[in-house]
Design a protein around this ligand. Structure first.
Ligand SMILES: Nc1nc2c(c(=O)[nH]1)N[C@H]1C(S)=C(S)[C@@H](COP(=O)(O)O)O[C@H]1N2
Ligand SMILES: [Mo]
Length: 299
């Protein structure tokens, strides 16, 4: 299990600032990234990663139960090998892509990202992963594609939580194509240079750091390119409370609580409350995706 794949532990792209140096931006002539001076931090803050213990014991993965400790208790039951991801819909090369074959093609990088749950807690996670755009390019995105739909594995025999109709299983999520292709959007396969634990979404899970955590769907088995906005689990469960976009936004409160601040996990009882940042602090990189949109309506 120890070496399911090799991490690239070179010092690339650990901060959003470093993303400016990303090869895709270089290729794009930095045109897309906006009016940001390279090296200007998103806020005066040194990102301090949470401890492995916090990241892997305080989880949301409702297929294993709704308590924060349930995923760490039960997710060892999930069989993660063999694993494959079906990529279908509006792509040139649809098919079942074996996890090992994907990893052989992808460049795994370190990405230190803020992670903000809609429940108003947050962490800082040192992910290892590859850009979703690179995987989509392997499958060949067709011109008519406008959205990307994702699906989590559904195995009632291994997932005690799916006996309860908390959500309509399998868990599904979606992104607009430009969000999916954004260089900050990754498929995470590790944390702290180790294989990603089952409770965090092994063997590969989406991470979209400027959106609430529930968009970051775990243990992905299917990715479908579509021309219509795909259904998403929390929106189906409660459309008044959870929209398709779900961008972190301190100015748009959840109907039942404020989103202006968040509790940064760590330090046990002394977890501190800090202000929530627009787009979770990634506005310089992503605000342009939403130009002209009313974010109180498209929440
Ligand atoms: N399949 C699946 N993916 C999921 C969830 C889930 O219940 N099932 N929970 C989401 C929510 S609400 C959050 S906050 C994050 C939590 O990720 P973490 O446990 O790695 O911190 O996973 C997201 N992805
Ligand atoms: Mo969440």
């Amino acid at each position: 299990m120890a070496n399911r794949w090799k991490n690239d532990l070179s010092e690339r792209c650990v901060t959003p600032e470093a993303v400016y140096m990303n090869r895709r931006q270089v290729l794009a002539g930095a045109a897309g990234i906006g009016l940001v001076g390279a090296g200007r931090p998103a806020r005066a803050e040194t990102l301090e990663p949470n401890e492995w213990e916090d990241i892997t014991s305080y989880n949301n993965y409702y297929e294993f139960g709704t308590d924060k400790g349930d995923p760490a208790r039960h997710a060892h039951r999930l069989t993660i090998a063999p694993w494959s991801v079906r990529i279908d819909g509006l792509v040139d090369r649809p098919g079942d892509y074996a996890f090992e074959d994907i990893m052989a093609k992808m460049v795994v990088e370190k990405r230190l990202y803020r992670f903000r749950c809609v429940e108003a807690w947050s962490m800082v996670v040192p992910w290892n992963g590859f850009e979703l755009a690179d995987l989509l390019e392997v499958a060949g995105v067709q011109g008519a594609a406008k959205y990307v739909a994702f699906e989590t594995v559904l195995r009632p025999e291994e997932m005690p939580g799916v006996a309860y109709p908390v959500l309509d299983w399998p868990y599904v999520e979606g992104l607009r194509l430009d969000e999916a292709m954004h260089p900050l959007t990754i498929m995470a396969t590790g944390i702290y240079g180790r294989d990603i634990p089952n409770q965090n979404g092994a063997p590969l899970r989406l991470v979209v750091p400027w959106k609430y955590g529930f968009k970051s769907i775990k243990s992905v088995v299917r990715i479908t390119l579509t021309d219509a906005e795909p259904p998403t689990s929390w929106n189906k469960a409660n459309p008044r409370e959870y929209g398709f976009y779900s961008n972190v936004n301190p100015e748009v409160d959840h109907p039942r609580w404020s989103q202006a601040t968040e509790r940064r996990i760590g330090g046990g009882l002394f977890s501190s409350r800090i202000p929530t940042l627009m787009f979770n602090g990634y506005g310089d990189e992503v605000a342009r995706l939403y130009e002209g949109m009313d974010l109180t309506r498209h929440f």
